[in-house]
Write a protein that binds this ligand. Structure first.
Ligand code: PLP
Length: 393
């Protein structure tokens, strides 16, 4: 059975070109880029090129890019640096829908004397910037708001937010892990101080990330060791992955338009057909300002996990908006923050596409989904008892 991979916000396939660019750095060119000899020096040169490729994708300067091990490290490094460089300030502002790389870190910092404000979102997952304005205080060290949400694809107005935050002399960080390569980013045109990227979300391998640090921003390193990354991140460079990520960024710049037309077209077709064919299904999150590859759809009165299992029987890979915590299924914090009703939040599925998906695959999924939902609803006592009252389809 072939796999239909619609889980690209979880991770992506490594592009063929990326793998090819990486392979020599495992086999023949294994020198340490910090070495004095030419054998290592040629690797250092390739890292410089990769840094330029990354910088070009986001309109940054090469020296503003540091390579990390993942998006989580980049997020942690940004927040911890802000706190270390502003030790008199004890307040962090973030949102209720951030990835755990920010949310869990902030929860942890909350137990160490920091005050955390999590800004709410409305029923469409939209952030009200007035709340941000009201939440900033002289004690605020950093505001961290994600650019694109991993579950719903909803895009936050981070450039506007950064401008507001900057006026108050506060640092601004954004988690752009889901955004990079999908929508244009130009750091020359905004006031964002720090930005996180993860390689495996844009067809580079897992275990490589980027932290952008605007020139002139004070930075306190998270990993202290050797002189690598201009002493902003110690540790021998993950050379093959850095070179792969450079290539992935070059490809992303080239494919961005395809992402916005071809991928968006497939996503819109999938979404429209599912909503048409399946009663009591609805999209979670603002559909006007959204990543082009993501749709989060709820099917009332069914469990997301059960849907995934039946999809899996057809080789269809996606994610659900509920997670099994302590033996009970909890709807995701994102859907809860949006106030999605319990019966809808439990049956939510995130479909996230990439340029490698085909129309044939999407047609296959459109064909299979109605029977999957019907089968599960046939077994659901809640669905059956809800039937007489259901008139909204
Ligand atoms: N931030 C967001 C929005 C994400 O979606 C993810 C991964 O799913 C991360 C951060 C963490 O990235 P990584 O897996 O590279 O640590």
């Amino acid at each position: 059975m072939s796999v239909i991979y619609l889980d690209n916000n979880a991770t992506t396939e490594v592009a063929k070109e990326v793998l090819e660019a990486m392979l020599p750095y495992f086999r023949d060119l294994y020198g340490n880029p910090s070495s004095m000899h030419t054998f290592g020096g040629q690797v250092a040169q390739k890292i410089r090129e990769a840094r330029e490729q990354v910088a070009a994708l986001i309109g940054a300067l090469p020296e503003e890019i540091i390579f990390t091990s993942c998006g989580t490290e980049s997020d942690n490094a940004a927040i911890r640096s802000a706190l270390a460089t502003r030790p008199d300030k004890k307040h962090i502002i973030t949102s209720r829908v951030e990835h755990p790389a920010i949310r869990a870190l902030c929860a942890n910092l909350g137990t160490h004397g920091y005050k955390i404000t999590e800004l709410p979102v409305d029923k469409n997952g939209i952030l009200d910037l007035e709340n941000l304005e009201k939440s900033m205080t002289p004690d605020t060290a950093i505001v961290s708001l994600m650019w694109g949400n991993n579950e719903t694809g909803v895009i936050f107005p981070v450039e506007e937010a950064a401008a507001m935050v900057h006026k108050r002399g506060i640092l601004f960080h954004t988690d752009a892990v889901q955004t990079t390569g999908k929508i244009p980013i130009n750091m020359k045109k905004n006031a964002i101080d720090m930005l996180s990227i993860s390689g495996h979300k844009l067809h580079a391998p897992k275990g490589i990330g980027i932290l952008y640090i605007r020139r002139g921003t004070k930075f306190s390193p998270f990993l202290i060791g050797g002189h690598q990354e201009r002493e902003r991140r110690g540790g021998t460079e993950n050379t093959p992955s850095i070179i792969g990520l450079g290539k992935a960024c070059e490809l992303a710049a080239k494919n961005m338009e395809k992402e916005n037309t071809y991928v968006k077209g497939l996503r819109d077709k999938l979404e429209k057909q599912i909503l048409t064919k399946i009663p009591q299904s609805r999209v979670n999150g603002d559909t006007t300002n959204r990543l082009p590859n993501t749709t989060n759809i709820s099917f009332e009165y069914v469990e997301g996990e059960a849907i995934l299992l039946l999809m899996n029987e057809h080789g269809i890979c996606a994610s659900s908006g509920s997670a099994c915590t302590s033996g009970s299924l909890q709807p995701s914090h994102v859907l809860r923050a949006m106030g999605v009703p319990f019966t809808m939040a439990h049956g939510s599925i995130r479909f996230s596409l990439s340029i490698y998906n085909t129309e044939k695959e999407i047609d296959f999924v459109i064909d299979k989904m109605p029977a999957i939902i019907e089968r599960l609803r046939g077994m659901s006592p809640y669905w059956n008892s809800s039937q007489p009252a259901c008139t909204n389809q």
